[in-house]
Design a protein around this ligand. Structure first.
Ligand code: HEC
Length: 101
């Protein structure tokens, strides 16, 4: 049940309401919404470390699919209902690139 409550909370997140085209909104989304499981600095929490070094085995396309479809059977949710493929690609790019380089 906690998981459901957490998911509903994402729907009211301002980042989704405002769309994710703006890069700083994208960054907020990743740190707040993904950060609720992966840690605010993305170094891991309930979910694993998703900083660039931890994701170096992914390419952008595979990574954006993980974001869109989640990982079935785990707490990693599918984000497809909440974002476009372009958003997911931007997020994948951001995750692989890391913080403000
Ligand atoms: C409800 C908790 C939760 C949220 C929210 C969440 N994740 Fe996850 N995520 C997980 C868990 C748990 C795993 C590990 C699944 C497993 O056991 O393989 C995971 C795995 C991943 C992986 C795979 C890591 C690897 O090394 O293979 C990526 C990438 C990822 N998440 C990205 C994201 C992104 C980007 C967001 C935000 C759009 C996000 N996650 C939001 C729980 C979450």
């Amino acid at each position: 049940m906690l998981r459901l409550a957490v998911l509903f909370c994402f729907l009211c997140s301002p980042a989704f309401a405002g769309g994710t085209a703006d890069p700083s909104a994208l960054k907020n989304l990743v740190h707040q919404d993904c950060g609720s499981c992966h840690g605010l600095t993305l170094k891991g929490g309930l979910g694993p470390d998703i900083r660039p070094d931890a994701l170096s085995h992914y390419d952008i396309d595979t990574l954006s699919e993980v974001v869109l479809d989640g990982i079935p059977g785990t707490a990693m949710p599918p984000w497809r209902p909440l974002m476009s493929e372009a958003d997911a690609k931007n997020i994948a790019e951001y995750l692989l690139q890391g913080e403000d380089k």
